[in-house]
Write a protein that binds this ligand. Structure first.
Ligand SMILES: [Zn+2]
Length: 82
């Protein structure tokens, strides 16, 4: 088997690497590589970008906030002066 630390070839029955001394009875841990990070970050950025444009598109479809809406004067006769 290959040493997960230095890739040196060792006997399948070896308990430790003959080159670097790593304990071969412990299964190698999973360390995400650069490709994994790039792909994950790419997916995150795509999701965030799509979400941003989706939300801003949805917000543009909504009517303006009440205080910015033009209300015809005849609908608010109590605001008329005099
Ligand atoms: Zn080794």
């Amino acid at each position: 088997m290959k040493c997960p630390n230095c890739t040196a070839e060792n006997k399948d029955t070896a308990k430790g690497c003959k080159k670097c001394g790593r304990d071969l009875t412990i299964p190698p841990a999973w360390f995400p590589d650069f490709k994994w990070h790039a792909r994950t970050l790419g997916i995150l950025y795509v999701v965030i970008t799509v979400f941003y444009f989706g939300v801003s598109f949805a917000l543009r479809k909504l009517p303006k906030p009440y205080q910015f809406r033009r209300v015809p004067a005849e609908l608010t006769p109590w605001l008329k002066k005099g």
